[in-house]
Ligand binder design. Sequence first.
Ligand SMILES: [Zn+2]
Length: 297
Amino acid sequence: MLKYFDPHIHMTSRTTDDYTNMYNAGVRALIEPAFWLGQPRTHVETFDDYFQSLVGWEKFRASQFGIRHFCAICINAKEANNEKMADEVMELVPRYLEKDNVVAVGEIGYDDMTELEHKYFKKQLELAKKMALPVIVHTPHRDKKNGVIASIKLVREVGIPEDMVIIDHNTEETLPIVLETKMWAGHTIYPRSKMDADRMVELVKKYGSNRIIVNSSADWGVSNPLAVPYTAELMLKSGISKEEVEKIFWRNPIELFAKSGTFTPEEMEVELEFDQAVLFQGNSVLRGQQPEVRKNN
Ligand SMILES: [Zn+2]
């Protein structure tokens, strides 16, 4: 069975059933970028606790179902519009970027393309450059084309190596623009809207698999945490080679995010061992069930 990497999914909003189903479908690693939670936060301390959970509890929770959990840290575009709070969050960000499951700065970028979004997007690109970390760039859902063009321009202005950057949430219209650069092109498979699995198959038939990445971006909204294995299997059925599917859904995200120094491609090939009897700060994912244990040999 092929192994899959979902490089953009917000597991904080998902259930243990999702983890089990993802594991059973072949997902072995994921990245949870920091983003907003559906309503704006009003205190910097809630960001602090959120970042703590991304590097702590959520990483533990994923591990209990055999999935490697990595994350990206940032002040997201939407909440960057609260300048006072954004400045306070920016003081926390560098400290979290050094934690041991952090692979990138993200997801940063433009939402409404305001001046404040631009200011914190730029500051965080500079920080990623200084810390030699990959960057996950969110692109706006409205006026996406101009958002993508402006994002590419800013990445170049800051001078971060282009192969350290993924421009995410692409469509038929924006993919060729990203492929003209050396940046990676991310695609989010949404249920019944924007970009779907059938359209993704067509894009791969047309453009191949170089620098192409696919994710679910599943979160608290209508979304599908199994979008990655679903799309990969659809590609196989549509005649795209196993080699190319493996590249898009496993080797490409590994190549990009291993640049963080957080993991090596070799260690990703080893199944994660776990024991559900283990506790995290005294807490378990179980509710009286028999703990599952998985060991390699
Ligand atoms: Zn996201």
